[in-house]
Design a protein around this ligand. Structure first.
Ligand code: FAD
Ligand code: SIN
Length: 530
């Protein structure tokens, strides 16, 4: 495969809210420097599908920063970093104002104030939104803003393969010599060339990994590439066991794709019912349908087991015109599936939604590798602990993109390109394509993870999963080394790495917390008695 060489001042991988926010800020502040955003597809990201919105304290009569902090800590199951929680929540208003300045138009009530939604785990209305397509609106705003900056280039249909690293001369805060990041190898899907991007700093903003499970709210791009790449480069990765399942993915009877029915619909008054059309959530938690989502998802699993296989969202008692006005995308999706929310119960099931763990970063967004930053869902900042509070992740992405920007700003003009040209990327000299049935292996991995490492886990199940994942890893790595590079095999390889990290971290956890629940352990998040 031919290669091609590029030098850019700042390389950002990912064009969701985290990557684009950091890119815009850096390109604006450093007009003489080049900023390049590499993305699988500039129109695809988890950000694009966000419905509920951004959690920001606005209504100071009924809400306060302290309440938002407490809600976040409580949802996080005792595993949040309080300093991080305070920092992020204290900065929320500033970051919100910034994106409004860039052109975001959130819904407002008749008097002109921001309209505030309610979601699970929040004790006050504080979710700013654009109907139920907040993320699509934000992506449009960010891409438009990015297009106004001549030193910012978005390179779409590019697949980042691996980070380029070298031994750093500087000593880390720990006792080991550090690795430094020099950029990334990228597959240009249009030309088929492998491009070497050498950069002064690199930011990973590659989002989540919901595609490791059979049923997920995440789009196809969410294959955990950034976390897998960082892991291969020996960056510290944290808390991969904490995978959040959203309680109300639309149930497509195991067909895999699951559009989200926002928690804001429950915040608006929808009920969860079982096959006997009985509201069951209050048997599990006094907060009913608006308990944090780890509790709701586990309750649904339990209810499915003990009552029937089906759980529904009941919207029949709600004002239908208002429901349609507030949640047009969701109502439309129901109609596409031949369901009328006024008459029909909507089948729902928990779907893999958000990775609370990821690349371990400090308050400035720095990873354990020199010149490598991470922000957004691929990073583990300590904000979410063991279970993310709804609508805290767009906020986290904005705040941490800003912190990456601040830290990089302080050093960018003193940084140089590496004196040594990195080796060209070489995996195999053959142009033969894979001999694996990638689709089938991926489906098997999805099935395994959904059965053994999802909402309810067990010691035996985790052990079985690890054995199978390690066998698959041997096969996939051998194929990767001996065949031409393809996005499909690279994604499978990354998903296998993510699966391994989820299972190994789960096996190391000694207590149940938040999203992590192992029937063989006791701990704070044990299943409530029915
Ligand atoms: P993403 O937005 O996922 O962007 C990742 C980017 O990385 C993409 O551009 C992708 O193409 C690129 N990429 C990945 N791998 C590679 C690679 N190998 N090479 C090149 N590019 C790559 N959070 C909230 O706070 N509020 C909500 O209301 C909300 N609703 C949600 C609804 C849904 C359906 C989903 C799925 C998530 C929701 N979340 C919500 C979570 C939130 O969407 C994400 O946490 C957040 O958008 C992550 O932003 P990001 O920039 O980190 O990643
Ligand atoms: C939702 O709208 O229910 C999703 C919100 C989130 O994931 O934060």
């Amino acid at each position: 495969m031919k290669e091609n060489y590029n030098e850019v001042d700042v390389l950002i991988i990912g064009s969701g809210i985290a990557g684009l926010t950091a890119a815009i800020k850096l390109a604006q502040a450093f007009p003489q420097h080049s900023v390049v955003v590499i993305t699988k597809n500039s129109n695809e990201s988890n950000t694009r599908y966000t419905q509920g919105g951004i959690a920001v304290v606005i209504d100071l009569l009924n809400d306060s920063l302290e309440k938002h902090i407490d809600d976040t800590l409580l949802a996080g199951g005792g595993a949040c970093d309080k300093n991080v929680v305070e920092m992020v929540i204290n900065e929320a208003q500033e970051r919100l104002n910034e994106i409004i300045e860039w052109g975001a138009e959130f819904d407002r009530v008749a008097t002109g104030e921001l309209s505030l939604g309610l979601e699970g785990g929040h004790t006050a209305k504080r979710i700013v939104h654009v109907k139920d397509f907040t993320g699509l609106h934000l992506e449009i705003v960010l891409l438009r803003k990015a297009a106004t900056l001549s030193n910012l280039k978005i390179a779409s249909h590019r697949f980042a393969l691996d980070l380029i690293t070298a031994v750093s001369e500087e000593k880390s805060t720990g006792s080991d010599w550090r690795t430094k990041c020099l950029g990334a190898y990228v597959l240009n899907e249009e030309s088929g060339l492998i491009e070497t991007y050498v950069s002064k700093v690199t930011i990973l903003a590659t989002g989540g990994a919901g595609q490791v499970y059979r049923t997920t709210t995440n789009p196809a791009i969410a294959t955990g590439d950034g976390v897998a790449m960082a892991h291969r480069a020996h960056a510290r990765i944290k808390d991969m066991a904490f995978v959040q399942f959203h309680p109300t993915g639309f149930s497509s009877s195991g067909k895999g794709s699951s559009f989200l029915i926002s928690e804001a619909v429950r915040g608006y008054g929808a009920h969860l019912v079982n096959a006997q059309v009985e509201r069951f959530m209050f048997r599990y938690d006094v907060r009913g349908e608006l308990a944090p989502r780890d509790i709701v998802s586990r309750a649904i699993e339990q209810e499915k087991k003990s009552n029937d296989h089906y759980i529904f969202l009941d919207c029949r008692h709600l004002d239908q015109a208002d429901l349609k006005m507030k949640f047009p995308t969701i109502v439309e999706q129901c109609q596409i599936n031949k369901l009328d929310p006024q008459q029909d119960l909507i089948p729902v099931e928990p779907a893999a939604h958000y990775f609370c763990g990821g690349i371990d970063v400090d308050l400035k967004g720095r990873s354990s590798i020199d010149k490598l930053y991470a922000c957004g869902e691929c990073a583990c900042t300590g904000l979410h602990g063991a279970n993310r509070l709804a609508s805290n992740s767009l906020l986290e992405a904005m705040v941490y993109a800003h912190h990456c920007f601040i830290d990089i700003s302080e050093k960018l003009s003193q940084l140089d390109f590496t004196e040594q040209k990195p080796q060209p990327f070489r995996v195999s000299d053959t142009d033969c394509s894979t001999t694996l049935n990638v689709k089938l292996l991926r489906a098997e991995l999805n099935e395994l993870m959904s059965k053994k490492a999802a909402i309810v886990r067990s010691d035996v199940g985790l052990r079985e999963a690890l054995v199978k994942i390690l066998k698959l890893k041997v096969v996939v790595e051998a194929d990767y080394r001996n065949h031409a590079i393809s996005v499909d095999t690279c994604e499978l390889r990354n998903l296998v790495t993510v699966a391994q990290m989820v299972v190994e971290d789960s096996m190391n956890k000694k207590v149940n917390q938040g999203t992590f629940y192992n029937v063989d352990l006791v701990g704070v998040a044990a299943l409530p008695n029915k």
